[in-house]
Design a protein around this ligand. Structure first.
Ligand SMILES: *Cc1c(COP(=O)(O)O)cnc(C)c1O
Length: 464
């Protein structure tokens, strides 16, 4: 399988090349040149597979023969053995045709573990084979950081630097990152917001001259294709449990950078019968405004109770726009270049096409708390604020109650106890493997919101 940039530059790249980079050199994101397609019969034959077996069926065509089948199998089995539920991604029924997919049973309690456990091991495999060392640089609004550290810290081939917005992540999130020990692990608290962190990372990738010649940056954010690819699988896993492929299903996805829901869009493209995909946003609602009123424009950032979705611009949306524009890289580049300057529209035809695929809702903090309390009263289930945004949006957008609606539950409630307390409920307990989190020593450096401060830090601390 080969990959091309959404901005049309460069030559097609291999899976390994795409894995070991971030943005394409022209500033675009990598997407496969073509998608595999699975027939109804083939999907139906997967009903009794274990989670790792299902992973291998779905991701193998995207990797081709670049990673030997036996090596890939071992990587996948080891990755999902780190999850503390035998189902890996258990599905919980809330009411008739109303389900929640629990994606928080991995080591760091958010769905990011699904991709980053595998990404860390894939990187290690490839880097050892190539006898290569790299620098991982990533920005996090909270959950990516700990999942990336947990997935990559054992690798002897990497130094890993994670930027988080200083005092803008929850205490549990911060401690999950800053208590990871290792002489190749560095946490930087940037005096800015998440978009500032993301901009610094983007600029560092664009000019890597601060690194030694033998080194290069690798991205662990969802601009890295391998992350998206791994997330396609749980859409199939959940849908098969409620009767797909004979039965159509819908999904509601709490959305920030559009990585998770883009994986759902791909699941649909490669054969899963998905009826509705609900884009659930908090009050950072650029995508909701675009889907609802064909107006694509940035506003100020709101800090909400669902901080992992406090994002101005969703980087992976570019991958979807590339498809919407029939893979016209020139048209896409023009559209992207105007972002932040003026409000943009697409043609009526394209807008309708988008609305056939996606519905959307905006859920503010008050509704988020109301939903946490309501779901607890109705079912006894405690949900995190991101999941609450998803469930509320699912109920608002559901167009056909005869079709199972599955909300992705993206994090464990103990990660976001502020929202739980605000909803009037007792603070949930952390699972046993994290019970000593508040006793451990923290390690991080506060840096100014400047590119040079970050590149200097990396230069000083990277091992080559
Ligand atoms: C990252 C994250 C999201 C948003 O996912 P995107 O892929 O950025 O859209 C939602 N909820 C939680 C808990 C997250 O960690």
């Amino acid at each position: 399988m080969k990959y091309i940039s959404t901005r049309g530059g460069g030559t097609p790249q291999t899976f390994e090349q795409v894995l070991l980079t971030g943005l394409a050199p022209d500033g675009g994101l990598y997407v496969p040149t073509e998608l595999p397609h699975f027939s109804v019969e083939e999907i139906a034959s997967w009903k009794n597979l274990s989670y790792p077996e299902l992973v291998l069926k779905i991701v193998s065509p995207f990797i081709g023969d670049e990673i030997p089948a036996e090596a890939l199998r071992k990587i996948v089995i080891d990755s999902y053995a780190q999850f503390d539920h035998p189902d890996v991604a258990p599905l919980t029924k809330l009411a008739d045709n109303d389900f929640m997919l629990e994606l928080y049973h991995g080591p760091t309690l958010a769905f990011k573990d699904f991709a980053l456990q595998v990404l860390g091991r894939l990187l290690d495999y490839v880097l050892q084979k190539n006898e290569q060392r790299v620098v991982i640089l990533g920005a996090t609004s909270g959950d990516t950081g700990s999942a990336a550290l947990e997935g990559c810290r054992r690798s002897k081939q990497v130094d890993i630097f994670i930027l988080h917005p200083h005092q803008r992540v929850s205490e549990v999130q911060r401690r999950q990152m800053t208590t990871v020990v290792g002489d190749n692990v560095f946490n930087l608290a940037v005096q800015g917001n998440f978009d500032d962190c993301q901009s610094i990372v983007k600029a560092a990738f664009a000019d890597q001259s601060f690194l030694s010649d033998e080194s290069q940056l690798v991205a662990v954010n969802s601009i890295n294709w391998a992350r998206i690819m791994m997330q396609i699988v749980y859409y199939f896993s959940a849908a098969l449990k409620v009767g797909a492929p004979e039965q159509a299903v819908s999904f509601s996805v709490p959305t920030g950078n559009f990585g998770d829901i883009y994986a759902g869009f791909l699941a649909k493209r490669i054969g899963l019968p998905i009826k509705q995909l609900v884009v659930a946003t908090n009050s950072n609602d650029i995508l909701h405004r675009f889907i609802n009123s064909n107006e694509y424009s940035t506003t100020g950032l709101n800090h909400t109770l669902s901080p992992s979705m406090d994002i101005l611009v969703s980087s992976n949306f570019e991958r979807y726009l590339f498809d919407l524009f029939d893979r016209d890289a020139e048209q896409l580049s023009e559209f992207m270049s105007k972002l932040g300057q003026e409000s943009q529209q697409v043609s009526d035809e394209k807008w309708q096409q988008m609305r056939e695929c996606f519905s959307s809702a905006r859920v503010d903090d008050a509704l988020t708390c109301e939903t946490i309390a309501k779901v607890f009263a109705e079912t006894g289930k405690l949900i995190d604020p991101h999941t609450a945004v998803g469930i509320r949006a699912a109920r608002e957008c559901n167009a056909d109650s005869s079709i199972p609606m599955i909300t992705l539950s993206t994090a464990h409630p103990a990660k976001f106890s502020d929202a739980i307390t605000e909803a009037g409920l007792d603070t949930p307990e952390l699972p046993p493997h994290l019970s000593d989190l508040f006793e451990k020593e923290e390690h991080y450096s506060v840096v100014p919101n400047e590119l040079a401060a970050v590149t200097e830090f990396v230069k000083k601390h990277a091992h080559n």
